[in-house]
Design a protein around this ligand. Structure first.
Ligand SMILES: NC(=O)c1ccc[n+]([C@@H]2O[C@H](COP(=O)([O-])OP(=O)(O)OC[C@H]3O[C@@H](n4cnc5c(N)ncnc54)[C@H](OP(=O)(O)O)[C@@H]3O)[C@@H](O)[C@H]2O)c1
Length: 300
């Protein structure tokens, strides 16, 4: 039996579905039975729990051969790092309590750094906390920059005729589709042949800059002249808040952007077949960005 946290999310739903495809027993965790229903319909057991509730998680983890563990983002929290700490501590305590032997964990490029990387500092602490659990075999998947982060650009294009953000336009980033992370995690869980405490970077299909990503989006939406503009933090902060983030998270995201721009936060592994994943940004745009963009255009 496997347990998947964040099962309705970008990565968790892929993990859960891949395991169900292989006819494995799966327990899916989320905050709402209704949102877990599609997995229950496929034979999974739904388990409603908050990620900060250690006792509930320990029950959910009991009997698991492997767990997919992630710290869910709390977009509107004014204590984002505190929420991360509470989630990390509950997940780690529950893994210990339930005596789980194998966990695959969602982390991030930059989780090697102790400070200056915004929300990723919380993932560094999560890794460290899990690494202290005796008897737990764990792989921390240090994922690159999610392609899904660009979905917010649909609104920017409509409002300003440009894409925009705090990142340097020419900065090459390992852009990865969340589905590729889910696939990699499911493969590790199905094999269960890892031991000790390991990190593994996942760097997407290739590195792309925001200028290049914008040009790919521009072609797909038939605006080949579409440009990316780097905006100063003072302009980005209210934009993030308008998009629904707390001011606290907006500040952390800006700190992370600075860390990326300066190279403080970067991939450590050379690109290889092991850390390269299949979904190109062109495929992501065709299959996911366009639907978001068209949905917003119709709503406008
Ligand atoms: N964005 C990036 O570029 C990037 C890069 C590297 C790593 N990361 C990390 O990736 C993670 C996000 O992964 P993701 O995109 O797969 O997640 P996600 O889609 O944002 O969320 C996962 C699920 O967590 C559940 N959830 C939220 N709050 C919860 C709570 N308090 N208790 C229990 N469940 C809760 C939600 O389901 P319900 O609403 O159904 O409960 C949600 O669907 C974060 O840790 C982030 O730091 C992100």
């Amino acid at each position: 039996m496997y347990v998947v946290t964040g099962a309705t999310g970008n990565t968790g739903r892929v993990v859960a579905n891949r395991l169900l495809d292989q006819r494995k027993k799966v327990r899916v965790i989320g905050r709402s039975a209704e949102r877990l229903q599609s997995f229950v319909a496929r034979g999974a057991e739904g388990f409603v729990a908050d990620i900060s509730d250690q006792d509930a998680l320990a029950k959910a983890f009991t009997g698991a051969e492997g767990v997919y563990a992630m710290v869910p983002p709390s977009m509107t929290s004014q204590d984002y790092r505190g929420d991360q700490r509470r989630a990390s501590s509950a997940i780690a305590g529950a893994l210990e309590q339930a005596g789980v032997k194998h966990a695959v964990v969602l982390s991030s490029v930059g989780a090697d750094k102790e400070s200056g990387t915004g929300p990723v500092v919380g993932l560094q602490e999560f890794e460290n906390r899990l690494n202290r659990i005796i008897g737990l075999n764990v792989v921390h998947l240090r994922a690159g920059y999610f392609m899904e982060n660009t979905l917010g650009q649909a609104g920017a294009i409509r409002a300003m005729g440009k894409t925009a953000g705090p990142l340097r336009g020419d900065l090459k980033l390992p852009l990865i589709a969340a589905r590729d992370i889910g696939d990699a995690a499911a493969e590790l869980l199905l094999g269960l042949d890892f031991s000790g405490k390991q990190t593994r970077e996942l760097l997407g299909q290739r590195d792309l800059s925001m200028n290049e990503a914008t040009s790919i989006i521009g072609k797909a939406i038939e605006k080949p002249e579409l440009e990316y503009v780097q905006l100063p933090d003072a302009m980005m902060q209210p934009i993030f808040v308008q998009m629904g983030m707390s001011s606290n998270l907006a500040e952390l995201i800006l700190e992370m952007a600075q860390a990326l721009n300066s190279g403080h936060m970067r991939a450590l592994e050379p690109r290889s077949s092991r850390n390269t994943t299949p979904t190109s940004f062109e495929t992501f745009v065709a299959e996911e960005f366009l639907a978001a963009y068209r949905g917003q255009s119709q709503a406008a």
